[in-house]
Structure formats: structure tokens, C-alpha cells
Write a protein that binds this ligand. Structure first.
Ligand code: PMP
Length: 285
């Protein structure tokens, strides 16, 4: 396997980051998870926009331009003969001292890993999954803006551990106000009276690229979409629930905390959006 690292393709064994890199010492850095469909980087501009916005939010200077990063990702795809897969594009703060000061790090380190991904089984995509509502709340934006896709995922990992301990694949996190926020690596939607509802940006979510596409596809196909806060009871009483993410794509949630959602099967609106999303990715936009 070849990794694109700081402008060059290197063997996996040689793709190394220093123990003095603040990405490792402090989780100081940003990243993107990106899909490749039919030999094309899916929503490349949206991902690069978010990467640059995340970097700007933490005053992290990128060493490569958008076109250099895009070229690097295509080089890595080609070197690994991947036409359908997943790219992890990472920018770390770089090598610094043992203190926190990021401005003492000379240059950010950048790499792109291209690999296969299968988050859930085909059966799970057909039948949906069970999730829990985590006790771990999502960090408030006054502490760390959740719109920044940073290398520090411990908040989400804490909630993910709760899911693992409860023998389910995902956990939904609430924000500090008790409203539904997002899952540990996915955005959340509910369906009520044939209308889609998803937490707004102000709920403290990562603005998912997949979320955006699904909202667009819904609107184009006469499914009304509302960005609004809702609570745990609304989640329990929803007609349908599903999650969206680059890795997960669109996956139905058929139970929350052991309570059946709707009829306990992938509902018609979720099924429709799942099919529309697959069609959209096949078109490779
Ligand atoms: N929320 C969080 C916390 C995430 O990490 C992700 C990405 N894995 C998402 C939502 C979904 O975003 P996207 O659709 O851009 O992958």
C-alpha cells in the first residue's frame, strides 16, 4: 500500500509521523473522511472547503493548496488501484516542543490514506440498526466548535464506548441543552408525518457532507426538510430514524435504547433516500 505523505507517495511502512508531532501529542490537527465512487473523489470541493475551514478555525496553516491535495489523493488512489473506497486526509500541527504552544511547530504534516471501507453489513443496511442515547454529551461550541473536524475525537469515543458496552453499533449524543445532536460519527434525521427533521447547525453538530446531499435529494423529491431541535422523546416517537455519514452513507435506525422506532423496519422515506443516495453516488458527483 502506498500513502501520499507530504507531497510524495511512500510505502505504508515508511509513512511515519514524529512522536513530537502535536497531532499525536495533543490531537492538534484536522482531517476529512472522503468516499471514492467510480474512480472519482465524491464531493471533493465540499470536503476541501470543510478541511480549510476547520484548519482556519484552529489557526492551522496548510502547506498544500486545494489542487495539490486533490492531485495527491488521486495519485494515492491510482497507486493503490482503488476506484471505490475511502480516503482519510489528515493535516497535523507538525513537529513541536513538549509544550502546548502550536506556534512553535514549524510546519504541518499532511497525508492521505486510501483504503476500502465497510462500516455496516448488507443485512444492517437492509434491516436497520439499534442505537442508544449516550450519557456523554456533545461538547458545547463554546468549548470546542463541533463544526471543526479536529483530530481530537475523545468526546465521540467516550460515547462510542457506551455503544460498544451496550452491544449496539452507534450512540446518539445530546447537546448540553438536552437536544438531539448527532451520532459519534454520523448526523441524525427523524421522519415525522412524512417530513424530515434534523438538528440545525446551532445544535452543535458537524455539518456533514452526506447530510447536505440527503437534504438536497429530499427537497428535490418533494420530501419536506426541517432543520430544528428535537428531544429524546421525539426520537423515540419518530415514524422513522436514520443516520448519514461518509462511512455509513444512509443507514436506518430501527431501535433506540431498545425501543422500536416506527414499525421497527427500514421505513419508506428512509428507503427512498437510501436509494436516491446510492443513485447519486453512482453518478459520481
Ligand atoms: N458527525 C461527526 C461527529 C462525524 O465525525 C461525521 C463524519 N464521520 C459526521 C457527522 C458526518 O459527516 P460526513 O457526512 O461529512 O461524513
Amino acid at each position: 500500500m502506498k500513502i501520499w505523505m507530504n507531497g510524495k507517495l511512500v510505502d505504508k511502512e515508511d509513512a511515519k509521523v514524529s512522536v513530537f508531532d502535536h497531532g499525536l501529542l495533543y490531537g492538534d490537527g484536522v482531517f476529512e473522511g472522503i468516499r471514492v465512487y467510480n474512480g472519482k473523489i465524491f464531493q471533493c470541493n465540499a470536503h476541501l472547503d470543510r478541511l480549510f475551514e476547520s484548519a482556519a478555525a484552529i489557526n492551522l496553516e496548510l502547506h498544500y493548496s486545494r489542487s495539490e491535495l486533490e492531485k495527491g489523493m488521486y495519485e494515492a488512489m491510482e497507486a493503490n488501484s482503488i476506484t471505490d473506497g475511502y480516503i482519510r486526509l489528515v493535516v497535523t500541527r507538525g513537529i513541536g516542543t513538549l509544550g502546548l504552544n502550536p506556534y512553535l511547530c514549524r510546519q504541518s504534516a499532511t497525508f492521505a490514506i486510501v483504503d476500502q471501507i465497510a462500516m455496516y453489513s448488507e443485512q444492517m443496511y437492509r434491516e436497520g440498526i439499534g442505537v442508544i442515547v449516550a450519557k456523554t454529551r456533545r461538547v458545547h461550541e463554546s468549548m470546542m466548535d463541533p463544526r471543526v473536524k479536529s483530530l481530537n475525537y475523545l468526546n465521540n469515543i467516550k460515547a462510542k464506548m457506551e455503544a460498544v458496552h451496550a452491544y449496539v453499533p452507534e450512540a446518539i449524543m445530546l447537546n448540553a441543552d438536552g437536544y438531539v445532536c448527532e451520532a459519534t460519527g454520523d448526523n441524525v434525521f427523524i421522519v415525522r408525518n412524512a417530513k424530515l427533521i434534523t438538528p440545525p447547525s446551532e445544535a452543535g453538530i458537524l455539518l456533514g457532507v452526506t447530510r447536505n446531499i440527503v437534504m438536497h435529494l429530499a427537497r428535490e423529491n418533494d420530501v419536506p426538510v426541517l432543520e430544528d431541535n428535537f428531544g429524546v422523546e421525539d426520537l423515540y416517537e419518530a415514524d422513522e430514524c436514520f443516520m448519514t455519514g461518509t462511512g455509513a452513507e444512509v443507514i436506518a435506525v430501527t431501535s433506540v435504547d431498545g425501543r422500536r422506532i416506527g414499525d421497527g423496519i427500514t421505513g419508506p422515506v428512509t428507503r427512498k433516500l437510501f436509494d436516491l443516495f446510492r443513485e447519486f453516488t453512482t453518478a459520481g458527483v
